[in-house]
Design a protein around this ligand. Structure first.
Ligand code: IPD
Ligand code: CA
Ligand code: CA
Ligand code: CA
Length: 269
């Protein structure tokens, strides 16, 4: 498989999705609730997913497509050698409220769910993050690297809260509370893919979140790995995408074990 062709296609498509998302910001958006009132999908999520999926299907008919909004009918079935994991808007709550922190995230992964191409485009900042397995990571074509901070007290770490937090006691409050006194900055910014891209580019130093799906995470996972960082589950085990609970921990590597220790002890209390 030629990853360059896949990378170039994903870049073009993510940028066109970004234009579509910017056009929709001029309108009053129609939206629907999904699992609850805090979990919404807008007409722009759906239109962007259709755009992305139709283009991918035409270019790579032999690939499976996994998109958040389910608009992937007609693509090759599960079990194909490669799958595209597509999040048309990561950060829908921000997008719908006019908060300029959201992106389109597109990853190509093997049948073993190993990402090989990751593209994240944030249209408001006009930032394009790209990673190819074994070839490094870039932002707007410049190489990016994780930070070199080693002391948590000098670090900014980021997390997110799952949509089932109103009913599921595994709601991230214990973990959040455990980190708060230990770090320079603690942030909930609202887009898992962007949060991972920020770790990859050294703007932040670490990130954790439960309940991520492959379309939220895989492009950002590859970015962090190709930028020299580490991705694991909360216990430090690799490939969190293999486990249904979707607990992701990403960091610059230097603070990884410290983050594992905090997460493990918070979860035992
Ligand atoms: C969500 C965002 C958010 C994270 C949620 C995700 P969506 O994705 O990434 O930051 O906390 O877990 O589901 O719904 O905006 O695509
Ligand atoms: Ca998402
Ligand atoms: Ca989404
Ligand atoms: Ca969503």
């Amino acid at each position: 498989m030629d990853y360059k062709e896949a990378k170039d296609a994903a870049i073009d498509i993510a940028k066109d999705a970004g234009k579509l998302l910017m056009a929709y910001t001029q309108k009053t958006l129609a939206y629907n609730e999904k699992s609850s009132t805090i979990d919404i999908v807008t007409e722009a999520d759906q239109a962007a997913e259709v755009l992305i999926v139709e283009r991918l299907k035409a270019l790579f008919p032999e690939h499976h497509i996994q998109g958040e909004e389910g608009g992937h009918q007609g693509a090759a079935s599960e079990g194909a050698d490669y799958t595209w994991h597509v999040d048309p808007i990561d950060g829908t709550t921000n997008y719908a409220h006019g908060i300029p922190y959201f992106c389109t995230s597109i990853a190509l992964a093997t049948s073993a769910c190993e990402p090989v191409v990751g593209v994240i485009y944030a249209p408001i900042a006009d930032e394009l993050y790209v990673a190819v397995k074994g070839e490094g990571a870039t932002r707007n074509s410049e190489p990016i690297h994780v930070s070199d901070r080693t002391h948590l007290g000098q670090c900014v770490v980021v997390s997110g809260f799952p949509y089932d937090r109103q009913t599921n006691p595994d709601n991230n409050i214990a973990e959040w509370t455990a980190f708060a006194p230990k770090v320079r900055g603690l942030r909930r910014m609202g887009s898992a893919a962007m949060d991972l891209a920020y770790v990859a580019s050294g703007r932040t130093d670490g990130y954790w979140e439960r309940g991520l799906k492959t379309y939220d995470a895989l492009a950002g996972v590859l970015l962090v790995q190709e930028a020299g960082g580490i991705v694991s589950d909360y216990a430090g085990q690799p490939k969190p995408q293999d486990r249904a609970e979707g607990r992701y921990l990403a960091s610059n590597g230097h603070i990884h074990q410290q983050m594992v220790d905090i997460l493990m002890s918070a979860r035992q209390k």
